[in-house]
Structures are given as structure tokens and as C-alpha cells.
Design a protein around this ligand. Structure first.
Ligand code: DAH
Length: 358
């Protein structure tokens, strides 16, 4: 390899630079297409292009020379970049004019609207339910979805090893070495919020407690492992089932914007005594009997009853003075009824064809 003197090396670099700039500008004038433009852009200004090569040679010159050469190189780079940019804009404009002259472009045509999300149907319905109960003077309470076994069962008069435990297949979470709050569960119903609310606020109480609940069940068209309930609780002096009948008749009539009739049947739930099931008159056939009400004229709606003395005790309520009722219903069933939805699994399927209908 021939060793060049410093002066010669410096001179060669300058010559190369001048030639590069002249070549690039000449090329730029001659090209006809955007493809040719891209080619020479890469050739001169690309990451491995001619100008980059010169920048690399800077490592071989002294710091003083580097200062001068650096300035020259940067000037050349800026100049070329400006020229190339102008040329690119010229091509762009030509392209646009060409396509505009070829096709009709209606600038008054409305733009594509960005997609907006929407509130899930169950949450819309929950809001409606909350609004109606609020208007009737009920407060709205919240409770944890991961619940202690105590609040989910014992506090509601469902002792360990009691057969009533089998009514609700439970997801257990883990052991905790705390006697009362021994194990954690995914709450199987919203009823635990009853005891929590009694403990926190005492009597009188007039609350609803909407929320998500979980059951360890295999799913089918009418069963899901995750669903939503609304719990209700009214505690005061001289409260009877008559108040429950009045409240539910009013609630359902406001919800369906139609006069609804309710009826009670006996039912068993450990946390109420007496326990009831509430049905309401089928809105589709108005009691005549149809497919939705299985020809009975009635829709099975919810469990309810007078709050059991053990539950009042757990909540620290003085039973000599206060009593009350509670209820719990499923939001999905209500939505399915109202909109004629035939499979509960659609709610959590994430299928936009379903979601977007509401
Ligand atoms: N927690 C019950 C369930 O999930 C529903 C229920 C029944 C709630 C009766 C109540 C009640 O408050 O009084 O099946």
C-alpha cells in the first residue's frame, strides 16, 4: 500500500468531496423517475453511500484537519439534502397531479369516521338499574370480587360442611392463616356485601350492591363462570315483605316502562327466613304463556327473603329494633329477557358482532 503524506491525503479528500457534490447534482438534474431518484439518493446519501464513506475517512486525519474537513463535509451534506428534498417534493407533486387528472376526487366526500367504542350492554343495564333504585332512595355499595370465605359463606349463615355450600361451586384462591378469614374465594354472589355494609354503616340501610360474581361451573347457553348480580338490602323498623313487593313492582315497571305484576313462591336460601322466589308476569305474552316464559305466563327472576337473624347478628344489627329483607338477581338473565338473547356466553365472548348491536 502506498503511504500518502498528510497533505496529499487531505487534498484527495477535498477533491473527492468536490467531485461527489458535482456528480450528485448532475445526476439529480438528469433523472426522470422516482425510481431513479431513489437510486441516486442511496448512492450518494445512503447509510453506506459515497458521502458516508468520506465521513469514515475522517478517522485518518489530524484533529486540526478534521475540524476543517468536518465543516466542509457537513456543508456538502446539507446542500445535497436540500437539493434532494426539493427534487422529491417535485416528484410528489407531479404524482399527485397525475393521479388527480386520472381519477375524480370529490373533496366534499365525508371522511371515514374513526370507530368509537361503546359501553357494554350489561354496564348500560346496570346504570339503568342503579338510576331507578337511586330515585327510590337506595344507595349503591361495592364490595371486593376476591372475598374471604367468611363473608361469602359463614357470615351469611352457611357454615363449613353445610350442604348449602353445594349450591354454589366455588373458586377457592389460597389459604390464609387467619381463623375467621381463613380462605379466599372468588365471591359466588353479591350477598357478602350485605354483611360488609351492615358492619360498616349499621341500621337503617337501604342499598343495592351490583357486581361481578364467579362460579366454578361448566358453561352452557344459560351458565357462565363469570356473571353479574344485583343485591338489594332494606333494613329498618317495621319492615315486611309487603315493602319488597312494592319496591320490586315499582322497579320492574319503571325498567320495562310497563305495568309489571310480581308474585312470590317459597324458596330456600340460608341467609333468609322465610326465603322466597320472586317471579314477574311475562312481558312478551302478558301472562298468556309463550316460549320465553315456557308457557307459564311468569318469568323466574330472583331470590329474596327476610334477612336471617344470624346474618343480622354477623352484621352487628340489633334485632330487637330492626329487621329487613334482601334480594339478589342476575343481570344477564334480565338482559337476555329484555333483548331476546339466547346464549349467556355472548356477553363475555368479545364478539364485536354481538357487542356492537347495543
Ligand atoms: N345470593 C343468591 C344467589 O346467588 C341470591 C339471593 C337469594 C340473594 C336470596 C339474596 C336473597 O339476598 O335474599 O343465588
Amino acid at each position: 500500500m502506498i503511504r500518502l503524506s498528510r497533505v496529499a491525503f487531505n487534498k484527495i479528500m477535498k477533491e473527492k468531496l468536490n467531485k461527489l457534490v458535482a456528480d450528485a447534482l448532475k445526476n439529480l438534474k438528469e433523472i426522470k423517475t422516482i425510481e431513479e431518484f431513489r437510486e441516486i439518493e442511496i448512492k450518494f446519501l445512503g447509510r453506506k453511500g459515497e458521502l458516508a464513506e468520506l465521513f469514515k475517512m475522517m478517522g485518518q486525519i489530524t484533529p486540526e484537519e478534521r475540524k476543517e474537513m468536518g465543516q466542509l463535509l457537513n456543508e456538502a451534506k446539507n446542500k445535497l439534502e436540500t437539493e434532494f428534498k426539493q427534487m422529491f417534493e417535485k416528484f410528489e407533486k407531479e404524482e399527485l397531479e397525475k393521479s388527480l387528472s386520472k381519477e375524480f376526487f370529490d373533496i366534499t366526500y365525508p371522511a371515514i369516521k374513526p370507530e368509537k367504542g361503546s359501553i357494554h350492554i350489561l354496564m348500560q343495564l346496570q346504570k339503568e338499574v342503579e338510576d331507578i333504585f337511586s330515585e327510590m332512595g337506595f344507595a349503591i355499595m361495592d364490595g371486593p370480587e376476591i372475598e374471604s370465605e367468611y363473608y361469602n359463606f359463614e357470615g351469611l349463615n352457611i357454615p363449613k360442611d353445610h350442604p348449602a355450600r353445594d349450591m354454589q361451586d366455588t373458586f377457592f384462591i389460597k389459604d390464609k392463616n387467619d381463623e375467621k378469614h381463613s380462605r379466599l374465594v372468588l365471591r359466588t354472589h353479591t350477598s357478602p356485601v350485605q354483611v360488609r355494609t351492615m358492619e360498616k354503616y349499621g341500621a337503617p340501610l337501604k342499598v343495592i350492591m351490583p357486581g361481578r360474581v364467579f362460579r366454578n361451573e361448566s358453561t352452557d347457553a344459560s351458565h357462565e363462570h363469570t356473571f353479574n348480580q344485583v343485591e338489594g338490602l332494606l333494613i329498618d323498623k317495621d319492615i315486611s315483605i309487603a315493602h319488597l313487593k312494592g319496591v320490586m313492582t315499582e322497579f320492574l315497571s319503571r325498567l320495562f316502562k310497563k305495568e309489571v305484576i310480581v308474585r312470590f313462591r317459597p324458596g330456600y336460601f340460608p341467609f333468609v327466613e322465610p326465603g322466597l322466589e320472586l317471579d314477574f308476569s311475562c312481558l312478551l305474552c302478558e301472562g298468556k304463556g309463550c316460549r320465553v316464559c315456557k308457557n307459564s305466563g311468569w318469568i323466574e327472576f330472583m331470590g329474596a327473603g327476610m334477612v336471617h337473624e344470624n346474618v343480622l347478628k354477623a352484621g352487628g344489627i340489633d334485632q330487637a329494633e330492626y329487621q329487613g329483607w334482601a334480594f339478589g338477581f342476575g343481570m344477564e338473565r334480565l338482559a337476555m329477557m329484555r333483548y331476546g338473547i339466547t346464549d349467556i356466553r355472548l356477553f363475555t365472548s368479545g364478539d364485536l358482532r354481538f357487542i356492537k348491536q347495543f
